[in-house]
Design a protein around this ligand. Structure first.
Ligand SMILES: [Fe+2]
Ligand SMILES: [Fe+2]
Length: 202
């Protein structure tokens, strides 16, 4: 049975990323407690610790892992190699650490998001964006937006949905500004969650 120590001792990441990873673990547990109290917090922690396991691997090593695990690369991934770490970390979580499918899926989707995410997927996706050590302006703004939404909305799921829509809007605007391609999963996720929000208003 894999525990947090097994993952931490196998990890080869910088101090900075370790701090981020531990921040994601804390934020993920808070988000789970707030919105999905049925989730097992130990499992949430394992997903968080694994999510950037391969983030600092060089591109060539990412490609080797993709070949090893028969991961097919999309056009967006060929153009933006940063996206690969989510898929390779998910495969290592499954093959090396025997983590559950729920955890592996949460790792797999943590960068792009997707429509109709599971509670695990939402928790890791959002925690990665708003954990307390992320200092880029867009993350700080989203963190504040989420806190404000939670304090204002009587229905916590509306606050969560609004935050998810805001996160996808922020990512898409950033990618446009950087003249990068936008993953279809990200804009489909944006459309899905804005529809969810509309449904709340009826
Ligand atoms: Fe990541
Ligand atoms: Fe991350």
């Amino acid at each position: 049975m894999t525990d947090a120590n097994a993952i931490l001792s196998a990890m080869t990441i910088s101090e900075r990323r370790l701090k981020h990873t531990l921040g994601v673990a804390e934020a993920a547990k808070e988000i789970a407690k707030t919105h999905f109290p049925a989730l097992d917090l130990k499992q949430v922690e394992l997903a968080a610790l694994m999510h950037d396991f391969t983030k600092e691997y060089p591109y060539e090593r990412q490609l080797e892992l993709c070949a090893k695990y028969s991961i097919e690369l999309t056009d967006e991934e060929r153009n933006n190699p940063k996206l690969l770490h989510a898929k390779t970390a998910a495969m290592i979580a499954s093959e090396r650490f025997s983590l559950s499918t729920d955890i592996c899926n949460a790792i797999y989707w943590h960068t792009t998001g997707k429509p109709a995410m599971s509670p695990f997927e939402i928790v890791i996706y959002l925690a990665d964006y708003i954990e307390e050590f992320r200092e880029d302006a867009s993350c700080v703004k989203l963190r504040e937006f989420y806190k404000k939404a939670l304090s204002k909305e009587l229905d916590k799921s509306i606050a969560l949905n609004k935050t998810l829509v805001r996160s996808f809007d922020t990512t898409i605007k950033h990618l446009i500004a950087e003249e990068q391609t936008i993953c279809k999963d990200t804009f489909e996720a944006r459309n899905y969650y804005i529809d969810q929000l509309r449904a709340f208003n009826f």
